[in-house]
Design a protein around this ligand. Structure first.
Ligand SMILES: N[C@@H](CCC(=O)N[C@@H](CS)C(=O)NCC(=O)O)C(=O)O
Length: 316
């Protein structure tokens, strides 16, 4: 009983934990990355282990033992702790990254209890590599996974949505789900590489091996490659608008799906090069932020803060 109460009420801890993630705009990039969000899972049991069992153990039996069966049975059910079906999600993440922002927005928007660990400077340590040889974040840890960990932002959202029955973000109907999957694969395979080539030089992120930006080529050649990538963004962007949204507010219909979270987060990076987003894209991003509120704004602030920081450095 005490165990169930503790776990069930853990969900409430998602809020305080999210609050602890201070907006990056107020701190330097170095401070920002060093700052760890305190795990929500740690805080919750303290409060709940004491409070919840008392409340439920006393209140519910009394009420049900007396006459009024219907009303009290309902009340007792309400007072009952939620079953332990949503254990805390352990997430290793990097604050300035939109791949990470994606999962950080999703866990908040879905109301999943989560504990974030800042992995800045840690992804290539022997300890991290032993768990995740791809050294990539976002990464979640979950006992139910065959290897204990999972990386790739879209796979993480798909897994968590499946595990917790979050159909609102990831529809179950095969045809609708296929569209969400298609949009996400198209993003990761086509749009994101253009966005990375266009923005990573300005963000100060390492570029991918084999690309001009990663080579010893003359700076003019690198600049040419970056311009070509910037020019290439418009086409896939329009595909998201005309094909995937197809007149709907979001790819997911009236509510943002995991593909919408992935797309909006990706577009955040374009601010670093002052990319002129079409009006629909600006409206779309504003609509997602409005719909998801703090769940979107808090992780977005970390990315925006980093962008403001690198832009200030560039003009200093
Ligand atoms: N396609 C992956 C990209 C993940 C990725 O590139 N992660 C970067 C941060 S943006 C990372 O963790 N890099 C650390 C490293 O390579 O050591 C996703 O969507 O999750």
């Amino acid at each position: 009983m005490a165990k169930a109460a503790t776990k069930g009420t853990n969900k409430a801890a998602a809020k305080p934990a999210a609050k602890m993630a201070k907006p990056a705009a107020k701190v330097t990039a170095a401070k920002m990355s060093a700052k760890a969000v305190k795990p929500a899972a740690k805080a919750a049991p303290k409060a709940t282990a004491k409070a919840a069992p008392k409340a439920t153990a006393k209140a519910a039996p009394k009420a049900t033992a007396k006459a009024a069966p219907k009303a009290t049975a309902k009340a007792a059910l309400k007072a009952k702790p939620r079953p332990a079906n949503r254990p805390a999600v352990k997430l290793s993440m990097l604050r300035p990254s939109v791949n990470n922002m994606t999962v950080r927005v999703f866990t908040r928007a879905a109301g999943l209890d989560h504990a974030e660990t800042d992995a800045w400077g840690q992804t290539r340590t022997p300890e991290f590599l032993a768990r995740n040889p791809a050294h990539l974040t976002p990464m979640i840890e979950d006992k139910g996974l065959p290897r204990g960990v999972l990386w790739e932002s879209c796979a993480i959202m798909q897994y968590l949505a499946n595990k917790h029955g979050l159909d609102k973000f990831y529809p179950k109907a095969p045809a609708k789900r296929a569209m969400v999957d298609s949009a996400m694969f198209y993003l990761v395979g086509t749009l994101y590489p253009y966005v990375a080539r266009a923005t990573y030089p300005a963000l100060g992120f390492p570029q991918y091996a084999g690309e001009v930006g990663h080579s010893d080529a003359h700076p003019d050649k690198k600049s040419e490659a970056q311009k070509a990538a910037i020019a290439a963004i418009a086409e896939p962007l329009e595909v998201f608008h005309s094909f995937f949204r197809d007149g709907k507010p979001f790819i997911g219909g009236n509510n943002p799906s995991i593909a919408d979270i992935r797309l909006a987060a990706t577009l955040e990076f374009l601010a670093v090069i002052d990319y002129a987003l079409p009006k629909w894209a600006k409206d779309y991003m504003a609509a997602i932020e409005k719909k998801l509120g703090k769940a979107y704004a808090e992780p977005a602030d970390d990315v925006r803060g980093y962008i403001a920081h690198v832009k200030a450095q560039a003009t200093a």
